[in-house]
Design a protein around this ligand. Structure first.
Ligand SMILES: [Zn+2]
Length: 488
């Protein structure tokens, strides 16, 4: 036998080293899996051998203050198939397609899939579900499922909000109180072989935990009146939109919060604007989502506007509190007031209000009276009250996306800005900020926390938890508040 050449020896040595290296890597990997990953592998094997079917928890209802359901959960059924257990694929597919009014080819394709479990249809009504259960076809499973419905459709739509396909809140109270409402999913565990076939009839059922019912401060009847009034007003003014809030000034409980136009909570992805709806298919997906977001927007808290004359109430309390005016103080309206280099008119110009007391000035909504008061206060003190009454902060309402006021900084407030601010122009606030500040002017001076969530109730409607809200900081004296209430 010939001796191997030096070259052959070297190649053999390299080959041997490679083998040893590969072997070491494998040993290391084995040790790693054994030592560190075993629990994970066990878990994966368990999951392959048991086939879970999830049981959706019943989402809690959203109720008004009298227990009337605004958002409710209806029991329906979900129909699934375990392909490995189906004996007559075509027959089963035909039966399911007929009963559920589905396309036969689609159903057959699902029944033939090589998966452990395939969902055929969710949100099946209880009657149809019962018919499928009675047919007792091998491999066909009917599980309880739930569906969200909004009995009043458009009522308080932007406030209540809606849920997505996974039953999770997307906007409004449905999103804000998701933790309270959602509950916990349950499971049905079934032991199966690797192909997904059931090994025994034994099943382990982990029951779902139902969500809590959210009791709100809303009142369906007041909300309905608010929406009718708002719709009439917006239409008669030929405005594009409007908001209306009804709140208890003593404790911040909101009885109604309406936005016009509204939309149907049962069809939240259907645009409410007829022109947009007609052109819908031609819009880009960004245009579509912008339009939907605009429709879902709760303008009462998410948008700012120039308040106008109603802000004179704020100027009034600042003047009363600082003692620069009393109800009996006298003023004289010439139809305008000179601020800086400008002549700013009373709404009554060219006519005048003539001589009037402060209380009469409020009744007349006479601009010069308020420009005069703001001048007496000075810009710094005036802005202090704007801040004190909460216009630079969020109100803290239990809804997402709240905006805050857009207000001049002191350095930018000259005589003209001060004069226009005194009657509610040249700055922006949200309707809810205004509601809260006006409440303080008549409730003894407290800046309450506006809210809609009241508490949680059990399935019989009994309160199991009541949310607490702070009374709020006192920003005005009892006396000023009492005087203002009388004048108003
Ligand atoms: Zn006037």
């Amino acid at each position: 036998m010939e001796r191997p050449t030096v070259g052959e020896k070297r190649r053999l040595l390299i080959y041997l080293l490679c083998c040893m290296l590969a072997f070491l890597v494998l040993i290391g990997r084995l040790a790693y899996i054994g030592l560190f990953r075993s629990s994970q592998w066990q878990e994966m094997a368990y999951e392959q051998q048991t086939r879970d079917r999830l049981i959706t928890a019943r989402r809690g209802d959203i109720l008004d203050r009298n227990g009337v359901g605004i958002a409710e959960t209806q029991t329906v059924a979900a129909v699934s198939v375990v392909p490995a257990e189906v004996k007559e694929k075509e027959e089963t597919a035909k039966f399911l397609a007929d009963t559920l009014e589905l396309d036969y080819d689609d159903v057959l394709e699902k029944v033939q899939q090589k998966v452990a479990l395939v969902r055929i249809q969710s949100k099946v009504d209880t009657e149809t579900a019962q018919a499928i259960r009675q047919a007792d076809l091998p491999g066909v499973k009917v599980d309880e499922d739930v569906q969200r419905i909004y009995p009043f459709g458009e009522l308080a739509a932007q406030v209540v909000g809606f849920v997505g396909k996974d039953n999770q809140g997307i906007i409004g109270l449905e999103a804000k109180y998701d933790d309270v409402l959602e509950g916990e999913q349950g499971k049905i565990l079934t032991l199966t072989d690797a192909k997904g076939k059931e090994l025994s009839q034994e099943q382990e059922r982990i029951p779902p935990v139902d969500g809590g019912n959210l009791v709100t401060t809303l009142d369906v009847t007041i909300q309905q009146y608010a929406e009718q009034t708002l719709a009439k007003t917006v239409e008669s003014k030929q405005a594009k939109k409007g908001s209306l809030i009804v709140m208890n000034p003593q404790n911040g409980e909101i009885y109604a919060m309406a936005n016009y136009p509204s939309f149907d909570l049962n069809e939240p992805f259907t645009i409410n604007n007829p022109e947009l709806a007609a052109a819908w298919e031609g819009l880009s997906s960004k245009e579509q989502s912008d339009a939907l977001n605009t429709m879902w927007r709760n303008s009462a808290i998410n948008d700012t506007y120039e308040p106008g004359s109603i802000f004179k109430i704020i100027t009034s309390v600042a003047g009363l509190e600082e003692g620069v005016v009393t109800p009996e103080s006298t003023f004289y309206c010439r139809g305008f007031h000179v601020a800086g280099d400008r002549q700013i008119k009373c709404w009554r110009y060219p006519r005048t209000h003539g001589a009037e007391t402060f209380a009469e000035g409020v009744q007349n909504s006479c601009n010069p009276v308020f420009m005069e008061i703001a001048e007496r206060l000075g810009a710094e003190t005036f802005l202090d009250y704007v801040e004190k009454l909460g216009f630079r902060e969020k109100t803290g309402i239990d809804l997402a996306g709240e905006a805050t006021g857009i207000i001049h900084e002191l350095k930018n407030v000259g005589p003209v800005e001060l004069a226009t601010m005194s009657f509610g122009q040249s700055f922006q606030i949200t309707p809810l900020q205004l509601m809260r500040a006006i409440s303080a002017t008549v409730n003894g001076g407290y800046l309450v926390t506006p809210h809609i969530g009241y508490g949680i109730a059990d399935e019989n409607g009994n309160l199991t938890e009541t949310f607490s809200y702070e009374k709020g900081e006192q920003v005005l004296s009892e006396k000023t508040s009492e005087t203002m209430k009388t004048i108003l």
